[in-house]
Design a protein around this ligand. Structure first.
Ligand code: GLA
Length: 404
């Protein structure tokens, strides 16, 4: 082999090794907490430390949450060499110290940046500083970057996100890349190997089915985001998820809506990034966010996003094939009245074109476990549904005979 060929082969091998470090970071949807939904720009290092502590002491870490993500407004200015600094008033100890604090608790730290010159909150973006910022993040011990799309006039999205991906790879530390361009440039068509997840819509709002217009920008309630995800299910899978946005559980929805929102995000294999004040959450909210059985549906290894199998008036039936022979089935009442209905399992087989799995419940009976009510039953008998307005029943089906 000539010297040039050898050098090229070594370079390729190094590139391959770097790429490998980024695989496996999101084999199942990422789980964590993000500051934006509750705190906006009002963040500081004490809040972040207390949130990391709460994540451990309140059982969130045990339930699978890992990332503590600072959203917009952690930034100060760039120094004379162009290196980004943390806001010296809000983060006087710096991001490295915060990462050390978070890591010491077995958690990971995330930061937010933007592909444009300024972030949505008007702080310095990464445009023109991508490799420098990636090196700074790696040196600080950052594990996750959410990369936004404000102030990006004239930029090509695929190119800009690929640049940041390559910059992170070159920096050498495994860092999860969360793409946030609101679905504007159809990231599902090109981002499978660029980021680990991509936002599908504009920002979530803590309401059930509203759309709030703020000039040229809209925010969306839970069901609006769910409806927009319907056409995108085939693009999701291990390592590349549809991100339905950070959770609004605990931020003002009704208790029923909190459970439904969380169940839907689990069924739809979205990242589960809590967005409430963990330090002050009521026990009822904690119970929703730490429901291990619902989380297991989200984290299922097969990684198939749920299919809406049936719509019948206000009733929707969603199914998600799980690894092995299990299924998750979600009954959702979109309406404003209590919905009482019998559901005959024999009427329609469960069938999913993506995983090519189906279950004819006339032929095979399944045992079910109600993941919120902790009841059990059998598909041999029709299911007696009683759903509160905006409420759900979420079941896990297991072939009869196998242990639950
Ligand atoms: C955009 C993103 C939000 C949040 C804000 C911060 O709106 O979509 O999730 O990061 O910016 O300014």
């Amino acid at each position: 082999m000539t010297r040039t060929l050898l050098a090229a082969a070594l370079l390729l091998a190094a590139g391959g090794a770097q790429a490998q470090k980024f695989e496996g970071l999101a084999d199942t949807p990422q789980m964590g907490w993000n500051s934006w939904n509750k705190f906006g720009c009002e963040i500081n290092e004490q809040l972040i430390r207390e949130t990391a502590d709460a994540m451990v002491t309140l059982g969130m870490k045990d339930a699978g949450y890992r990332y503590i993500n600072l959203d917009d407004c952690w930034h100060g200015q760039r120094d004379k060499d162009g290196t980004i600094q943390a806001d010296p008033v809000r983060f006087p100890s710096g991001i490295k110290a915060l990462a050390d604090y978070v890591h010491a608790r077995g958690l990971k730290l995330g930061l937010y940046s933007d592909a444009g010159a300024t972030t949505c909150g008007g702080r310095p973006g990464s445009r023109g500083h991508e490799y420098q910022d990636a090196r700074t993040y790696a040196a600080w011990g950052v594990d996750y970057v959410k990369y936004d799309w404000c102030d990006t006039k004239g930029l090509n999205a695929e190119g800009a996100y690929t640049t940041m991906r390559d910059a992170l790879r070159a920096a050498g530390r495994p860092i999860l890349l969360s793409i946030c361009e609101w679905g504007d440039n159809k990231p599902w068509d090109w981002a499978r190997d660029v980021g680990h997840s991509w936002r599908t819509t504009g920002d979530i709002y803590a309401c059930w089915d509203c759309e709030v217009s703020l000039g040229s920008w809209s925010t969306f309630g839970v069901m609006k985001i769910v409806d927009k995800s319907l056409a995108l299910r085939k693009y999701a899978g291990p390592g590349h998820w549809n991100d339905l946005d950070m959770l609004e559980v605990g931020n003002g929805l009704t208790p029923e809506e909190d459970r439904s929102h969380f169940s839907l995000w689990a069924m739809l294999a979205s990242p589960l990034i809590s967005g409430n004040d963990l330090r002050k959450m009521p026990e009822a909210v904690r119970k929703v966010l730490t429901n291990q059985d619902v989380i297991a549906v989200n984290q299922d290894k097969l990684g198939v996003q749920a299919l809406r199998m049936l719509t019948d008036g206000p009733l929707e039936v969603w199914i998600k094939p799980l690894a092995g022979a299990d299924w998750a089935v979600l009954f959702l009442n979109r309406g404003e009245q209590v919905l009482e209905r019998g559901y005959d399992w024999h009427k329609q087989p469960l069938s999913d074109d993506l995983s090519k799995r189906s279950a004819d419940l006339k032929k095979t009976a399944y045992r079910w476990t109600d993941l919120w009510q902790r009841k059990t039953g059998d598909t041999a008998k029709p299911l007696a549904l009683k759903l509160a307005p905006h409420g759900v029943t979420m079941l896990r089906l297991t072939p009869r005979g196998s242990a639950l």
